[in-house]
Design a protein around this ligand. Structure first.
Ligand code: DMJ
Length: 481
C-alpha cells in the first residue's frame, strides 16, 4: 500500500502525499479497481467473485441481473467517472429487465435497485432511470397484498405471489425490511404522480402505531396476517436497523414536515437509550440486543450505522438534547473503531461482545468475518461532517489501508473470513454495497462538505442520495436565492 502511494506520488507530483486524505485515491485507485474487475469478469451479472474471477449470483435478486451496475451508478457519477457512468447507463437501457420469473427480496431490490435508479435519475436527470424505477416499483406492489398491508419479504415478480422467510418467527415479516421502503416509495409517488406508493408505506406506519410496544420498543417480527408481533426480539442491528434510520430520514426528507416520523424516531431512541444502550466496565458505550426483556451484550457491525444516525438526528432532538445525541454518536463511533483496532487486520468483525471478560471483540468463530460492510465508515463520515474532528478522517484512512492490504486482490476486493487471523482467507465475494456504500462514504469523508450537502440530500440505507422534497413556497424561495 505504502509503495503504491509512493509510486502514485512519483506520477502525480506528490499530490497524494501533500494531501494525505485525498478523495482521488478512493476514486482513481479503489473504485476503478472494483469496477474494472467487475466489468472484466462479471459484467451484467449481479456481483463479482474476485478470487475465482467470475460472476456471483445471490438469490436476493432472483434472476434480476446487474445489481453491481445499478448499485454503483450514483457512485460513478459522484466520482466523475464519466466513461464508466455512460457504459453503466447503456447497460441499463439495453439490458435491465424486470419481466422475469423471479422470486426476489422486496427489501434488497428496493434499497439497491429502486434506490440506485432513483439517485441516478436525480443526479443525472436521465429519464431512463426514472422510468425503470417506477416500472420496478409497480412490480413490487403485489407484496402489499396481505390482510394488514404489511408486505411480504419475498415476492415472485411474475406471478405476484408473496411469502415470508421460513425462519422468521411464525410467518412474520421483518421490521428492517418492511420498515425500509418509505423513502423510495415516497419518491416513486412524487415522480410518477401516482399516490399508491406513498399510501402503501403510510399504511405500514398506521399498523405500527396501533400496536402496543413492549417498553416502547419495536420487536423485529410482525405477522402480516394477524397484525400481531412475533417473538419479542429487539435489535438496532440486523432485522431492526434501517427501520429506525428511515423514521428519522422520512422526517428530514419531507423538509421536516413529517411530524409523525419525527415523533416515532425520537420516542424510539428514548426507549433504546433506556433499555439497550449500556457502558462496558472499560468505558465503551454499546447497543445491546433485547430478547423478551433479557439483554444479550453483543453488538453487530450493522449496528455501527447508529452512530451516524444519532448525529444526523441531533439537531432535531427534543429539549436541549442536541449535544447529548452528538455525544452518543461519538461514543458509538469510538466503540466501533475499537472493534476494528482490536483485530489483527484492523477491520471489524461481524459481531463483537461485551461479556465473559471481553470488550468489543468477537468470541465466536462464525462472527469473525468482514464482508466489506460500510456501517463504521458511514458513521465516521457523519461524525466528520458534524464535528470536523480530524480523528474521523484518520480512522477512515486506517480502514483504507486495511482494505488495501487485506481485501484488495488482483481480481477486485474480497471479504475476509477471520479478521483476527494473521493469514488472510478470502470469502471471494465483492458485495455490490462495497461500491454503493463503503467507497462512496469514504469518498465523502475525504471530500468537502458541499458535495451532497445534508440540507438537500438524504441517503437511503444503501447510500443512494435522494433529494429533500420541498413544498412549493420553499422551492420558489430557493430559486429566487
Ligand atoms: C446494505 O445492503 C445496507 O446498508 C443495509 O441496510 C444493511 N446491510 C448492507 C450493508 O452492510
Amino acid at each position: 500500500f505504502k509503495l503504491k502511494i509512493f509510486i502514485l506520488n512519483q506520477f502525480c507530483g506528490g499530490f497524494f502525499l501533500n494531501q494525505h486524505y485525498n478523495p482521488a485515491f478512493i476514486s482513481l485507485q479503489m473504485m476503478k479497481h472494483a469496477w474494472d474487475n467487475y466489468k472484466r469478469y462479471a459484467w451484467g451479472l449481479n456481483e463479482l467473485k474476485p478470487i475465482s474471477k467470475q460472476g456471483h449470483s445471490s438469490n436476493l435478486f432472483g434472476n434480476i441481473q446487474g445489481a453491481t451496475i445499478v448499485d454503483a451508478l450514483d457512485t460513478l457519477y459522484i466520482m466523475e467517472m464519466k466513461d464508466e457512468f455512460k457504459e453503466a447507463k447503456e447497460w441499463v437501457e439495453r439490458n435491465l429487465d424486470f419481466n422475469v420469473n423471479a422470486e426476489i427480496s422486496v427489501f434488497e431490490v428496493n434499497i439497491r435497485f429502486v434506490g440506485g435508479l432513483l439517485s441516478a435519475y436525480y443526479l443525472s436527470g436521465e429519464e431512463i432511470f426514472r422510468k425503470k424505477a417506477v416500472e420496478l416499483g409497480e412490480k413490487l406492489l403485489p407484496a402489499f397484498n396481505t390482510p394488514t398491508g404489511i408486505p411480504w419479504a419475498l415476492l415472485n415478480i411474475k406471478s405476484g405471489i408473496g411469502r415470508n422467510w421460513p425462519w422468521a418467527s411464525g410467518g412474520s415479516s421483518i421490521l428492517a425490511e418492511f420498515g425500509t421502503l418509505h423513502l423510495e416509495f415516497i419518491h416513486l409517488s412524487h415522480l410518477s404522480e401516482n399516490p399508491i406508493f406513498a399510501e402503501k408505506v403510510m399504511n405500514i406506519r398506521k399498523v405500527l402505531n396501533r400496536l402496543d410496544k413492549p417498553e416502547g420498543l419495536y420487536p423485529n417480527y410482525l405477522n402480516p396476517s394477524s397484525g400481531q408481533w412475533g417473538q419479542h426480539h429487539v435489535s438496532i442491528g440486523g432485522l431492526g436497523d434501517s427501520f429506525y434510520e428511515y423514521l428519522l430520514k422520512a422526517w428530514l426528507m419531507s423538509d421536516k414536515t413529517d411530524e409523525e416520523g419525527k415523533k416515532m424516531y425520537y420516542d424510539a431512541v428514548q426507549a433504546i437509550e433506556t433499555h439497550l444502550i449500556r457502558k462496558s466496565s472499560g468505558g465503551l458505550t454499546y447497543i445491546a440486543e433485547w430478547k423478551g426483556g433479557l439483554l444479550e451484550h453483543k453488538m453487530g457491525h450493522l449496528t455501527c450505522f447508529a452512530g451516524g444516525m444519532f448525529a444526523l438526528g441531533a439537531d432535531g432532538a427534543p429539549a436541549d438534547k442536541t449535544g447529548h445525541h452528538i455525544e452518543l454518536g461519538a461514543e458509538i463511533a469510538r466503540t466501533c473503531h475499537e472493534s476494528y483496532d482490536r483485530t489483527s487486520m484492523k477491520l471489524g468483525p461481524e459481531a463483537f461482545r461485551f461479556d465473559g471478560g471481553v470488550e468489543a471483540i468477537a468470541t465466536r468463530q462464525n462472527e469473525k468475518y468482514y464482508i466489506l460492510r460500510p456501517e463504521v465508515i458511514e458513521t465516521y463520515m457523519y461524525m466528520w461532517r458534524f464535528t470536523h474532528d480530524p480523528k474521523y478522517r484518520q480512522w477512515g484512512w486506517e480502514a483504507v489501508e486495511a482494505l488495501e492490504q487485506y481485501c484488495r486482490v488482483d481480481g477486485g476486493y474480497s471479504g475476509i473470513r477471520d479478521v483476527y487471523s494473521n493469514h488472510q482467507s478470502h470469502d471471494d465475494v465483492q458485495q455490490s454495497f462495497f461500491l454503493s456504500e463503503t467507497l462512496k462514504y469514504l469518498y465523502l469523508l475525504f471530500s468537502e462538505d458541499d458535495l451532497l450537502p445534508f440540507e438537500h440530500w438524504v441517503f437511503n440505507t444503501e447510500a443512494h442520495p435522494l433529494p429533500v422534497l420541498r413544498g412549493d413556497d420553499e422551492k420558489k424561495e430557493e430559486e429566487e436565492k
